[in-house]
Write a protein that binds this ligand. Structure first.
Ligand code: C2O
Ligand code: CU
Ligand code: CU
Length: 499
């Protein structure tokens, strides 16, 4: 088994950057199988976009139209969802299935402020497994503001993508996708943390200010990040835009689908490690007091180092300083909301308990019997097979049902309620501002423009609907624990002009 205690080794992989503007406004994405060296001694069968694992970074200037030439070379259906791009629903991805051997060429009119967005599969029933096998890529939207703020912006040098994911590997080095009822209930987790597809890699940035674009690309796991010397870093951006000013923090929690950009000062040249605590989320039925105890216990001594920085002297490089101000998001005005809706993310514990019990055996060996092999048959709906269900407001996702009709251009307050555990809630085709979390005003570092938020007990969001959708290809909203989404914790909405 891959151990988490292995030494630091490989250099941090940095995906290549593609500028479609220099290629006639188009880029290729081949959805493919491949072999990757992740754990020592073996080649792991993986999936990737135009490579064996993960994908290239597409860099687009806001205002540009770019055409994605997507080809599916997997032996099963796939699709590509542009998570964080604000585009009409007919090219959003989930309802644009790409059969094996077929292609899809949407033209994306990118028009939004600078942000780190990403893309991943969204074929209902196989999203979680395909993502777990390695399909995820980044898209950077740029608008000139990084230059205006004089942020570090040399890709792979002082502007680094940091894709955090957890995976489990079998003794043969192959990925194990745990689809036991227990794993479905908590979301499938792994025992090994990867950064950009590598285990405990080393990055050698210049000794100076460095920009890290963090993405939680895990199926279910939250990461609570700190540095080994507890240094302060500054949060500069949320999922879909800048904060008003850099927010100092020593620790940040990121949940599946979320992005945070941070600036870290390595001027002292000292090596330092990025640590995460074990994930305390996903223990159903624990009392609040029990959870709090676990939280404290996991806080410090059990932190795991996932990435090591060894800053290099760089006397001749441009020196960047922490900007005083960035770009203040538009004021969130709850009074502008035209209505309020409540969505309860429902784990349907009572209904699922019999399945959980009946599979006691499966829980023991963790459902590890059938590794998710790259060429494996399309597994269908993993959780559905054993009858488990999850939903929103008591209803399991139904592709034939529209859960909300919203007026295009309007704002609404969505109150999200989480049951049993904290769920990362995501809305397609819309941005929101978090107003409150667990009844308290949102913290400064997550007060920016977002599309995904970790909801522990409840959150109030002021959502702006500015992209149109159609009845046959509506927008979706769902829990970004991909197993929960597949079990039915998803709904659809229509955004149309009311004329
Ligand atoms: Cu990244 Cu429907 O999600
Ligand atoms: Cu999305
Ligand atoms: Cu969930």
């Amino acid at each position: 088994m891959a151990k988490t205690g292995t030494a630091f080794g490989a250099p941090l992989p940095v995906p290549p950057i593609i500028d479609p503007a220099s290629r006639g406004g188009a880029f290729d994405l081949i959805i493919q199988e491949g072999k990757s060296r992740i754990v020592s001694g073996s080649e792991t069968a993986t999936y990737g976009y135009s490579g064996p694992l993960l994908g290239p970074i597409i860099r687009v200037r806001s205002g540009q139209s770019v055409t994605a030439n997507v080809v599916n070379r997997l032996p099963m259906l796939s699709s590509v969802h542009w998570h964080g791009l604000f585009i009409p629903s007919d090219i959003d991805g989930p309802f644009n299935p790409i059969e094996p051997g077929q292609s899809w060429s949407p033209t994306l009119k990118v028009n939004q402020q600078a942000a780190t967005t990403w893309f991943h599969p969204h074929p209902h029933g196989d999203t979680a497994r395909q993502t777990y096998m390695g399909l995820a890529g980044l898209m950077y939207v740029e608008d000139g503001s990084a230059e205006a703020f004089d942020l570090p912006r040399e890709h792979g040098v002082d502007d680094l993508p940091i894709i955090l994911q957890d995976r489990s590997f079998g003794p043969d080095g192959q990925l194990i996708y745990d689809r036991s009822p227990m794993a479905m209930m908590h979301g499938s987790r792994g025992n090994t943390t990867m950064v950009n597809g590598a285990v405990r890699p080393v990055s050698k940035p210049p000794a100076g200010l460095v920009r890290l674009r963090l993405l939680d690309g895990a199926n279910a796991r939250n990461f609570r990040l700190t540095f080994s010397d507890d240094r302060t870093f500054h949060v500069i951006a949320n999922d879909a835009g800048w904060l008003a000013e850099p927010v100092p923090l020593k620790e940040i929690e990121i949940s599946p689908g979320e992005r945070y950009e941070i600036l870290v000062d390595f001027t002292d040249g000292k090596p330092v490690e990025l640590l995460t605590t074990p994930d305390h989320n996903g223990r159903f039925g624990d009392s609040i007091a029990e959870r709090a105890k676990q939280l404290v216990a996991t806080m410090r001594e059990r932190r795991e180092a996932v990435l090591r920085f060894e800053p290099q002297p760089a006397p001749n490089r441009p020196k960047h300083v922490l900007p005083k101000a960035l770009s203040a998001p538009e004021r969130a005005e709850p009074s502008r909301a035209v209505r309020r809706r409540t969505w309860t993310l429902d784990s349907m514990m009572a209904a699922n308990m019999p399945m959980m019990r009946a599979s006691g055996a499966a829980m023991d060996h963790g459902g590890h019997a059938a590794p998710a092999s790259a060429g494996g048959a399309m597994p269908g709906m993993p959780g559905m097979a054993n009858g488990m269900r999850m939903g929103i407001n008591g209803q399991v996702y139904d592709a034939n049902r529209i859960d909300a009709d919203v007026a295009l251009g309007s704002q609404e307050i969505w109150e999200i309620v989480s049951t049993e555990m904290a769920h990362p809630f995501h809305i397609h085709g819309a941005t929101f501002r978090t107003l409150t979390k667990a009844g308290k005003p949102v913290a400064a570092h997550e007060a920016g423009v977002k599309d995904t938020v970790l909801v522990d007990t409840k959150a109030e969001l002021l959502v702006s609907f500015n992209q149109p959708s159609t009845r046959d290809k509506p927008f979706l909203f769902h829990c970004h624990v991909l197993e929960h989404e597949e079990l039915g914790m998803m709904g659809s909405y229509l955004a149309q002009s009311s004329t």
